[in-house]
Design a protein around this ligand. Structure first.
Ligand SMILES: *Cc1c(COP(=O)(O)O)cnc(C)c1O
Length: 444
């Protein structure tokens, strides 16, 4: 598989090149040059497969050994995919026409484990060919940091540096990357997530720094994170077609609600659709950071400073992956509108949704998933012919400070989380200044 830059002026890259570079040299994001479409026979086979077989088949389909000389043979590929995605991804029925795909059974209890672990496994595998120790730099609004840090923890020849907005991630999120030590550094930036993202982008643009530190990115801009996120859409569709008898070929049947912030998850869903996922609609569910729903409505996108909400991992005012989504649609807003609707959900509606769903069904949503749930319910009322699948992006215990007061009860702490809560917190404070970050990275 080959990759182009959204900005169009970088040379074509192989998967490995795109994986290690993160950002394309012209400042754009890598996108697949073409997305190989699955044949009806391949789709029918996928519909019968369980996780992670679906993931392994799709990875082989995308990364088929061909033009890329570093391509993997089928059995190594299979081994990497299985070790990265070795946790369940169940589809849970909440009520008629409403299902939840639980993406939070990985080590940091958030869907970002899927992308981070896939990327880390592949970087680890291909790294032997690279000489210098790698610096994996990532900006996080909360969940990415933990997922990336855990995915790279202990990987030889790699240092993971996590930039997070000081005081703007939850204590439990922070613990998931600040207590690891070893090859993981947690950097507390005095600013917001957009400052962290700006700093990371400036570092990648700095050629000298990039070379001196063998800098690579682990943000959702990295294709190594993006690709595997397309796999679970197929898995959801396969499970639904088996369980609910939804016609596998009925293109209107499923609406995926995607709680969105930086829009990597949605971009991956749209890629799945381009590969032939036979369900077609997506709901871009946002909190008050509603630039994309506004764009879909008005055709104008206005980057804005991020607004703080209860779903902090989605507090992104200027989402990077919009550029990728527009590229995928050749800038055709009409066609994009055909596949994606937008809905923004207020904090009050989100909290009410957590409470109401728990009282009605006993199911506990985290605040991010609740944004997607509330948006999906509103949409399903308008579309009686559609079955909704909410992508549940985090385990509620990760956001206990929001969920517990709303439900008036405490939530059990899963063992993955309990382990991090005990460790010692170590963070490096940093001003939101690219020169300061430069010094920090060069100092080692
Ligand atoms: C990162 C994150 C999101 C947003 O995903 P994007 O791919 O950035 O749109 C939603 N929910 C949770 C829990 C997250 O960690």
């Amino acid at each position: 598989m080959e990759f182009l830059s959204t900005r169009g002026t970088a040379p074509i890259a192989t998967f490995t090149e795109a994986l290690f570079r993160g950002l394309a040299p012209d400042g754009g994001l890598y996108v697949p040059r073409t997305l190989p479409t699955l044949s009806p026979v391949e789709l029918a086979a996928l519909a019968e497969e369980a996780w992670p077989d679906v993931a392994s088949s799709l990875a082989a389909h995308l990364l088929a050994p061909s033009e890329d000389r570093t391509s993997l043979d089928r059995s190594s590929l299979d081994r990497l995919v299985r070790s990265a995605l070795d946790f369940p991804v169940p589809l849970v029925r909440i009520r008629d026409r409403l299902f939840v795909l639980e993406l939070f059974h990985g080590p940091t209890l958030a869907f970002k484990d899927v992308g981070a672990r896939f990327m880390a496994r592949f970087m680890g595998h291909f790294r032997r060919e690279q000489d210098a120790p790698l610096t994996v730099l990532t900006a996080t609004s909360g969940d990415t940091g933990g997922a990336v840090a855990q995915a790279f923890l202990g990987l030889p020849g790699v240092r993971a540096v996590v930039l997070f907005p000081d005081g703007k991630v939850t204590p439990r999120q922070e613990r998931q990357f600040s207590t690891l030590g070893a090859n993981v550094r947690a950097v507390a930036v005095r600013g917001d997530f957009d400052d962290c993202q700006r700093l990371a982008k400036a570092a990648f643009r700095d050629r000298e720094l990039r070379e001196a530190t063998a800098l690579t990115s682990a943000n959702s801009i990295n294709v190594g994170r993006l690709l595997p996120q397309s796999f679970y859409y197929f898995h959801a569709w396969a499970q639904l077609s088996r369980s609910a008898g939804v016609q596998a070929t009925d293109a209107q049947a499923i609406l995926f609600s995607v709680p969105s912030g930086n829009f990597g998850n949605l971009a991956a869903g749209l890629m799945a659709k381009a590969m032939g996922l036979p369900t077609s609609r997506f709901l871009a569910a946002t909190n008050a950071n509603d630039g994309v729903p506004e764009y879909l409505r008005t055709g104008r996108f206005t980057p804005a400073p991020s607004i703080r909400t209860s779903s902090t991992a989605m507090d992104v005012g200027d989402p990077s992956n919009l550029e990728r989504i527009l590229h995928l649609y050749g800038g055709d807003l009409g066609r994009l509108r055909g596949d994606v609707r937008g809905r923004s959900v207020s904090d009050q509606e989100t909290l009410n949704c957590i409470r109401r769903v728990f009282h009605e069904t006993g199911y506990v949503l985290d605040p991010h998933s609740a944004v997607g749930f509330a948006a999906l319910e509103a949409e399903l009322v308008l579309r009686p012919e559609v079955t909704g699948i909410l992508l549940a992006t985090a385990h509620p215990a990760k956001f206990a400070e929001v969920v517990e007061p709303v439900l008036g009860r405490s939530l059990p702490i899963p063992p993955e989380l309990a382990r991090c809560l005990e460790g010692e917190r170590k963070v490096i404070p940093l001003d939101p200044d690219s020169e300061a970050l430069r010094e920090l990275l060069l100092a080692g």
